[in-house]
Design a protein around this ligand. Structure first.
Ligand SMILES: [Ca+2]
Ligand SMILES: [Ca+2]
Ligand SMILES: [Ca+2]
Length: 140
C-alpha cells in the first residue's frame, strides 16, 4: 500500500499558504520600518523628522535643491539662503565648526562672505583645511 507523495504535501502546502496569508497583515509597514520616503526626495520620513525638514515636500526651503541634495552637499535644507555651491571650488563640511583664532599668518580669520568669479556667494569658512589667498581691491 503506497502513499501518494502529493497527498502528504497538500496539507502542509495549504497550511503554509494560510500561514503566509495570515502574516501579511502582521508585517511591519514601510513607515514602521523607517524606510518610507513620502515625497520621494531620497530621505526617509524618519531622517526628515531628525533634520526638521518637511517629509511631504522634496525641497523644504524652496531653494531649488532637494532636501537629499542639500544633505549630500552639507548645506542646510531648512535655509533658503544656504544651498549647494556650484562655483567650481571644492568646499568642505566643517564650515559650521570653524572659529576665528586671530590675525597672524596661519591663524583662522573671521568668517565673511564674498561673491566669487562664478557669481556664487561663498564664505571663507566654506574652504576648511585649505589655504586661501585673498586678493582684493577697493574703489577710491
Ligand atoms: Ca523624503
Ligand atoms: Ca523632504
Ligand atoms: Ca537650503
Amino acid at each position: 500500500m503506497g502513499v501518494e507523495e502529493g497527498s502528504l504535501l497538500k496539507p502542509f502546502l495549504r497550511g503554509g499558504l494560510w500561514l503566509l496569508l495570515g502574516c501579511v497583515g502582521c508585517l511591519p509597514s514601510m513607515e514602521e520600518l523607517g524606510v518610507l520616503d513620502s515625497d520621494g526626495d531620497g530621505l526617509t520620513d524618519s531622517e526628515e523628522a531628525e533634520l526638521g525638514t518637511d517629509p511631504m515636500r522634496e525641497d523644504t526651503d524652496s531653494d531649488g535643491f532637494s532636501d537629499a541634495e542639500e544633505v549630500a552637499e552639507n548645506t542646510d535644507p531648512n535655509n533658503a539662503h544656504d544651498m549647494p555651491y556650484a562655483g567650481g571650488w571644492a568646499i568642505d563640511a566643517c564650515r559650521e565648526d570653524v572659529e576665528s583664532t586671530g590675525y597672524e599668518v596661519g591663524d583662522i580669520a573671521e568668517n565673511f562672505a564674498l561673491v566669487d568669479q562664478f557669481g556664487d556667494t561663498v564664505e571663507l569658512h566654506d574652504f576648511c583645511n585649505r589655504v586661501v589667498l585673498l586678493k582684493g581691491a577697493a574703489d577710491t
